[in-house]
Design a protein around this ligand. Structure first.
Ligand code: SER
Length: 323
């Protein structure tokens, strides 16, 4: 069955790579990338791209109708760190955009939705080790609150209106193509860029702050797999715990030093430390592994190798073209 796909927030860290992958799978003409801005020039110049504000219901609806869309990936969101600076904007963006797509599905204008949740749904009262799917959830960030409430609405729309919405609680995602923006786990991407560019990094989290993380290729694989699974196998309609690895800034630094021995890290924790402290250290994702056969591939050493290799190429090209 052919699918016409709309990606909202396609310019972001995950949205951009998802767009490239979906274009490969379904054909360029069947994947419409949209974002509120045109900043991601690689993405904007590589296929169909439209400017779209995820908060604008009429705009989203028009786009869906114009391209005969049946599946929406809603990747637009304000993440944890930026959300603490702009709480009301974070609430409005994260909730309005979700209601828009849920309502389009309720009205049978679209058929299927992917909406990402996050480890930010958990809070300081949640057990931090091997955090279970069903547990105490008292998020303390605006971002976490929007994701937790969003999960409840997804399940509600599934139960009441039979809306086929699927969701994963992403951990911190590590990638080299598009920079993340405004998250607490972003240090785990910045550190590789700085290692390649300057051989030093000032980390905004303490050295022993352990958080759940995942390489982008695994995150994309999971996203595609949950969307391709049979509806009856998706037994959780709030959002699935999903994990790959967990590590601390010190452990990433050590793995980088194996390749760049002169790399130096120092620590200057800021307001993001409190956010990180409120999140789990590791996640129990047995339901995802059972229901739709989730399995990660990349370990920390694999990620470090790939990040240093890809960023090494990227920065030497930039250097060459600027000479
Ligand atoms: N990467 C996100 C953040 O740090 C967590 O989902 O905000």
């Amino acid at each position: 069955m052919s699918s016409k796909i709309l990606i909202i927030g396609a310019g972001g860290q995950i949205g951009s790579e998802l767009t490239y992958k979906l274009r490969q799978m379904y054909g360029e003409e069947n994947v419409i990338a949209t974002d509120i801005n045109r900043n991601n020039s690689d993405l904007v110049n590589s296929g169909t791209f439209k400017t779209l504000d995820a908060k604008d219901y009429e705009g989203v609806k028009k786009c869906v109708e114009m391209y005969n869309i049946d599946t929406v990936y809603l990747m637009a969101a304000m993440l944890s760190a930026t959300g603490e600076k702009f709480p009301e904007e974070a609430w409005n963006l994260n909730m309005d955009s979700l209601f828009h797509v849920l309502n389009l599905a309720k009205d049978k204008i679209i058929k299927k939705i992917f909406w990402p949740s996050s480890i930010a749904v958990f809070g300081p009262t949640t057990p931090t080790e091997y955090t279970p799917q069903y547990t105490t959830m008292e998020p303390t960030t605006v971002y976490g609150i929007t994701k937790q409430v969003g999960e409840r609405w997804c399940e509600y729309y599934f139960n009441k209106y039979n809306v086929d919405v699927r969701s994963i609680r992403y951990p911190g995602i590590i990638s080299w193509k598009t920079m993340p923006g405004g998250g607490t786990t972003d240090y785990a991407v910045e550190i590789y860029h700085e290692a390649v560019k300057t051989k030093q990094y000032k980390c905004f989290l303490k050295e022993d702050t352990e958080l759940p993380m995942m390489f982008m290729d695994d995150a994309i694989k999971a996203t595609i797999n949950i969307m391709m699974a049979r509806a009856k196998d998706i037994k959780i309609r709030s959002s699935y715990n999903m994990a790959a690895i967990s590590f601390t800034p010190k452990e990433v630094a050590e793995s980088i030093k194996k390749h760049i021995p002169e790399f130096e890290i120092n620590y200057a924790p800021d307001y993001r430390q409190d956010i990180a402290n409120s999140w789990p250290k590791s996640i129990n994702d047995s339901y995802a592994r059972q229901d739709w056969k989730w399995k990660h591939s990349f370990l920390l050493e694999d990620i470090t190798e790939e990040m240093l290799f890809q960023l090494g190429k990227k920065y030497s090209t930039i250097l060459k073209t600027s000479q």
